[in-house]
Ligand binder design. Structure first.
Ligand code: HEC
Length: 148
């Protein structure tokens, strides 16, 4: 790479990685994208677990992605991201301990599901998946408003 190209790459990196803090609106949009991805991996995994499709070799991909996303949830709700286009209830911020518990329960369920998938115990799959799905629902019941 010549020096001109290197300089151009550095300039591009500077544009791609701005040093200012993200706008709350962008954090909310990012949060929605991550949650949508979470929902899609769950929906795909559910179709495999229920035997609707025979893609068992892809279940680990979904389980690992779910496990990875579960670890990010606690970072997606910073203090100033509580307004505008969001269905997050104010309790996310006014009941931090309860919210942290819901995050933790979900993380544990995701880690357990991933372990069951890797272990290949098909008899335990449905039950483990249900526990995981229940952990999403119980957080949504407490911390997300109904869709209008
Ligand atoms: C600790 C709480 C919590 C857990 C656990 C959780 N969610 Fe959410 N989820 C939320 C909140 C709060 C919102 C609303 C976010 C917003 O509108 O800003 C949300 C939004 C969503 C959305 C809608 C995204 C959008 O575009 O508005 C989907 C889909 C979703 N979650 C799926 C899941 C799935 C699937 C799981 C479990 C695998 C899960 N969530 C686990 C709290 C949680």
């Amino acid at each position: 790479m010549n020096i001109k190209k290197i300089t151009a790459s550095i300039a591009l990196l500077t544009v791609l990685a701005p040093s200012y803090a993200a706008e709350p609106e962008d954090i909310i949009k990012y949060r929605h994208s991550v949650m949508e991805a979470y929902g899609s991996h769950m929906a795909a995994a559910s179709r495999i677990v229920r035997g609707k499709v025979d893609f068992h070799d892809q279940l680990k991909l979904h389980a690992d992605s779910i496990d990875g996303i579960a670890k990010t949830i606690s970072t997606l709700f910073p203090e100033d991201s509580d307004f505008g286009d969001t269905r997050a209830k104010e309790e996310v911020w006014s009941k931090p301990k309860e919210f942290a518990d819901a995050v933790k329960a979900n993380q544990q369920a995701a880690a357990d599901f991933s372990k069951v998938v890797s272990g290949g115990d098909k008899a335990a799959l449905a039950d483990s998946f249900k526990k995981l799905s229940d952990s999403c629902k119980s957080c949504h019941e407490e911390f997300r408003t109904e869709e209008e």
